[in-house]
Design a protein around this ligand. Sequence first.
Ligand code: ZN
Length: 182
Amino acid sequence: MTASYAKDFHEIPESLTNNYSLKRKALDLVQSEPIAGKVTTGGSRLEDFREILIDFFDLQIDLDAAIAETEHRLPRQHSMFSGDNRVFASGWAERLVRTQVSRFYNQAVLETIIESGSDDCFVDHSSSEQALSKCSQQLAGANHSARVMLERIKSSYGDGEWNNERKLPDHPHCTHTFSPVS
Ligand SMILES: [Zn+2]
C-alpha cells in the first residue's frame, strides 16, 4: 500500500482518508502542541478551537464547516482582544483555520519524514498558488531540510515567535504542502 500525501492544501482531506497513520499523527499534534495567537487566547477558546480542528482532521467536518464553527464558538465579542481590529480583521476565522490546518498537516508530514530516518522534504507547485508569493518563488519545486522546516513551523505557529524565514504555510492562503522525497 502506498501512503498518500496531499499535493496541495485542497487535497488534505483526501490524504487523511487514505493515510491512516498520518491522520493519527495530525490528531495527536492537534491535541498536544501549542497554538499561538490572540484569537485563541482566554477562557475556553483554545480548547474549543482544538475540538474544531479535531473534527476536521478526523474527517467529521469540512473546511467550510470548521470556519463556520470557529466563528460560532470563538465569537469576537467574548475575546479579551475584541476591540482590536487587527486581531479580528475581516476573514479572521478563515485565516485562523486555514493557517492551523496547513500547519498541523505539514507538521505531521515533516515528523513522519524525520521518524523514517530522512531529512528530505519536497514542496510541489500548487495549481492554486499565487505565482508572485515568496513560497511559490523560494520553496516550491525544490527539496528542503525537514528538520529546518519543522523548527520554523513550531516556533511560528506554536510558540508565536514570528520571523520572516520561509516556511509552510507562508501566508494564510498558502496552498503549498510538504511531501516525502521518494
Ligand atoms: Zn505557499
